[in-house]
Design a protein around this ligand. Sequence first.
Ligand SMILES: Cc1ncc(COP(=O)(O)O)c(C=O)c1O
Length: 402
Amino acid sequence: MNTVAARLAPFGTTIFTEMTRLAQRHNAVNLAQGFPDFDGPEFVKDAAIDAIRAGRSQYARMFGDPALNAALAQRWRSLTGQAIDPDTQITITSGCTEAIAATMLGVINPGERVVMFEPYYDSYRATAAMAGAEPRFVTLRPPADLRAGQVTNSPFWFDMGELERAMAGARAILVNTPHNPTGHVYSRDELERIAFLCAKHNVLAITDEVYEDLTYGHEHVRLATLPGMAERTITLSSLGKTFSLTGWKIGWAITTPELTRGVRAAHQFLTFATATPLQIGAIAAIEQGGDYISSLQVQFRQRREFLATTLASLGFGVVMPRGTYFIMADHTEVARSMGVVGDVEFCRELPARVGVAAIPPSVFYDHPENGRSLARFAFCKKQETLEEAARRLRAIASVPHA
Ligand SMILES: Cc1ncc(COP(=O)(O)O)c(C=O)c1O
């Protein structure tokens, strides 16, 4: 008997579940799934706990607690200079994951093309399938100077011709910046080119900006701030990455009143509303979170450097991420010394043989061969966790590198 509907059967169990299970079985240091092994800020937790004690436990307003919508409108204005209406332009969702699903289901018609970059966050493809949309992929490629045993500061890149061909006839493009898993922060030039093509071909832009506060010396440009783009962009984000509260699942979609109607058409039947006390906690985070964000950036920057240099010293070829808390590294030489080939085999072997878990990124490509030489490591961990991972990883370093 087929127990999984045909539209979702091809997606199986997510790789995060599989790798986390493997990590648990082998008591491995889990650098696979992107969640911190430390807690979020006390003042945010206190605000949510106070809300529970104050009896704020019934359904929230469908599109968000009024004070959270207002706080996000205020934040948007200070970040972008754009004044938006909190009640008709912001929808609070259960994490960015729901915002992605609500946007796909509420705005895209079956058969319409959605352009996305590969490697992609895995829910993009699955929600496109749920919406009956046709995904079309543009590949983000590693820099040409990526070498075993070295860290390169050159960015991932994509072919503009490939993008132009994909955009003609598309309904929407989904841009994730800063980008998981590559750590790429789309440059202003790249986004201007995307904006030009959106206008030329009348394409909507959906942006996933959940790592917007995690960039390291590179400007995060919001596509919605480029000329002509506010009218055609749906900006999605969430609280989880910025405030180390990934389990809270408070997200949002910011866009025009017209596009908001589409997002809400789906949101009202997906979850209807999001956990009330956690929305109250989110208000504290949004309004008073500046210092927390600054200190998190400093810590993550140090950990990024630590993990990048450690991986390079072990023979990985490392692309220094410009944002997010992930590092993409070419594992070819290291895998060879372990006698394995390909990212899936490498990441399946790593927990058992070394006691560290990573993610094989080929599962995030329409053309898996483009990701087969890479592995994704998360550095959103305590320094001591990363040091323990480094100690364990040294066991596989049979080839010395400069
Ligand atoms: C690119 C990207 N988008 C969305 C999400 C999900 O965000 P949330 O936890 O807010 O649903 C993640 C989480 O890993 C992500 O990496």
